[in-house]
Design a protein around this ligand. Sequence first.
Ligand code: AP5
Length: 220
Amino acid sequence: MNKTFIIVFGPPGSGKGTQAKKLSDKLNLPLISTGDILRHEIKLGSPLGKKVEQIMARGSYVSDEIMGEIIEKRLRKADARAGAIFDGYPRTEAQQKFLVPKLKKLTGKEGKLVGVLVEVSDKEVKSRLGGRRACICGQVYHLKFNPPKVTSRCDDCGGKLYVRNDDKPEVIKERLKTYHEKTEPLLAFWSEEGMLIEVNGELPIAKVAQEIARKLKKML
Ligand code: AP5
């Protein structure tokens, strides 16, 4: 496969992380989840983690400068040479202007750069995030729609599952507002360039994955 970079877009709780992980496993490309990277820093108690903890707990975006440094560093790692799946980056106009030229340079004429939009209504987001359980390894579950085999334990690593502290109703409202204001407008670019596929994220997880695979096949 030629160099392939796929950016998964969608509102908070749309299932973009779930689908990005599936794509990463299927295409054997590294997953670059900025939310996971930031949560890892918070868990480590690093200076970066301390800087971003309150921002994330409020449901606001971390600065473009900090995010740019994280992405720059991550893209320099050898495993990203063949491509990558992005989950949660870019989220602002500035981030998009920073990332797209870099990826176009990396993909060259033969490679592929595709955006995937997982569409879900605000109503569905609110009902979904209440049942989410996460593992520090990056795996995500839902008590009803995607339960772990053993209660409160990750199927992959056995880690203890936790409730994210930004999954509170008032924070979810703020995250949705930020998404509609700052991230949704980015999609026009991908659509105009003919680089966007859109899928109904309200279908069951396996069906969403099938839809993405079917539409991606035509693009890759
Ligand atoms: P991040 O972790 O990326 O959070 P988010 O964008 O709000 O998205 P979520 O992770 O909440 O949801 P998701 O769409 O991935 O859904 P999931 O697959 O988990 O970022 C967190 C924070 O970090 C941001 O708010 C910001 O502060 C900061 N940040 C990160 N990147 C940044 C950037 N670039 N710039 C600035 N700040 C940044 O699924 C949700 C639930 O639904 C799960 O329980 C899942 O099992 C279930 N589910 C999934 N699909 C389905 C389905 N089809 N049917 C039923 N249930 C489903």
